[in-house]
Design a protein around this ligand. Structure first.
Ligand code: GLN
Length: 196
């Protein structure tokens, strides 16, 4: 069975575990760097990206996570998790783990719409995917290697670059597990490609 971790330093960890449970995978709640060794894929949950980054540094995760990504191991980030993956953050000098060629703007929907729910058309998944947005970022721009998977009112809200998947919204807060299934398929694909 493949092993998928959920980075459990801060944020909505339990909800991702629940969404992954619908698949035939072994789930690892990642609190220590050593646990990365056993993983085939990893989820960065939603929460608060600056807090998450501080904890990543404090617990010695920064270099090991960069290394994990460099090895081509799949990562799925939702909301704050997507911010961790971007190589550029509007108004910030430095990015975080920076594994995807995209520029994100934090809290981009403004006060009036701090949180809302809508239905999204997500490429490769369906035209009826529920999107729960909570102080969500938008993906302002992407590089050529990045595939846009979903837009909302003209703004990019989901994207994929090879083994890396990011979305502005929280599929883990709904009963619809298709985004997680999609990620699990990405992980299976990466595992079999490595064995070949
Ligand atoms: N606004 C948060 C941030 O900038 C993300 C919000 C979320 O993950 N729901 O990190």
């Amino acid at each position: 069975m493949i092993n998928i971790g959920v980075l459990a330093l801060q944020g909505a960890v339990r909800e991702h575990v629940k969404a992954l449970e619908a698949n035939d995978v072994n789930i690892v709640i990642v609190k220590k760097v050593d646990q990365l060794q056993e993983l085939d894929g990893l989820v960065f949950p939603g929460g608060e990206s600056t807090t998450m980054r501080r904890l990543i540094n404090n617990y010695g995760f920064y270099e090991p996570l960069k290394e994990f990504a460099k090895r081509g191991k799949p990562i799925f980030g939702t909301c704050a998790g997507a911010i961790l993956m971007a190589n550029e953050i509007v108004g910030q000098a430095d990015p975080h783990i920076a594994v995807m060629d995209m520029k994100v703007e934090r809290n981009a929907f403004g006060r009036q719409r701090e949180s809302f729910e809508t239905t999204l058309n997500v490429k490769g998944i369906g035209d009826d995917v529920p999107g729960v947005f909570i102080r969500a970022p938008i993906i302002q721009a992407v590089g050529e290697a990045v595939d846009v998977l979903a837009e909302f009112e003209g703004e990019i809200v989901a994207a994929q670059q090879g083994p890396f998947l990011a979305c502005s919204y929280h599929p883990e807060l709904t009963d619809d597990n298709r985004m997680h299934q999609y990620f699990v398929d990405m992980v299976r694909h990466a595992v079999s490609a490595n064995l070949a």
